[in-house]
Design a protein around this ligand. Sequence first.
Ligand SMILES: [Zn+2]
Length: 311
Amino acid sequence: MKAFYSIRFVLPLPPGHRFPMGKYARLRERVAAELPAVTLGPAEPATDGQLALAHAPAYIDAVARGTLDARAQREIGFPWSEAMVERSRRSVGATIAAARAARAEGVAANLAGGTHHAGAGGGSGYCVFNDVAVAARLMQAEHTRRQPSARPPRVAVIDLDVHQGNGTAAIFAGDASVFTLSLHGEKNFPFRKVAGDLDVGLPDGTGDDEYLHALELALAELEARFDADLVFYLAGADPHEGDRLGRLRLSHDGLQARDRRVFDWAWRRRLPLALSMAGGYGRDIATTVQAQMNTFGVALEYWRRWQNGAR
Ligand SMILES: [Zn+2]
């Protein structure tokens, strides 16, 4: 299974910054050491033209030049630097690469990504560009370029990060070719949600059983309302009970059952699935990386099913 990363995912931050940047390197080290069936490949930076599929040119330009005003930069939560721009471009590039690989092989992953708070004209909550939004639009554009008369692929975004996918919802508002599903903590950031196609807000303290039940209902509704060709899955580790920011109480088993449910749903419909890791802020960062490793375990299992035929 192909998975894409960049050593540039690890952005040097000021001392005491609360974003757990170290998780990316740890995940990559563990995947490389423990999952030999995963082929790690470097991500190319997304170009301005690609980013413009989901973002306003003026915003892309301001990020690239470092001319965002102080309020917009604060909203992102990282100080501006060349490295921040490069990281953001490569994180989108890794999801683009994963989407292409998923269309060829059924399942592929970005070792980062899931930057779902970024909207067309601004970033937020550690998200500069919206990797899934750009990649979804690019997959549609590439398809149209190859087969101008064919219907572009219809994309389901299954966002199970604990925070609502407000940026993705805003970008695709009014776009009937993309369905945005978000299952999230109702009282968590962002405090002003943007309605997507299907939003399920969960109370603080939600545990495995309630969560899995809500997911089941949400997937059934997605199925009833939308005929998908391609899936982007944001497998946030932040619904875990050990997360600093999550406010939910899923166990490792619960999170893995969640992943299995999503992969199984896509597999039964033979829908290619591109995985992004999204959030994870474990009190102990090893907990977050363990949850992500478990997600990779499930992803590999379904990638193998694709390779064993029955397409
Ligand atoms: Zn999150």
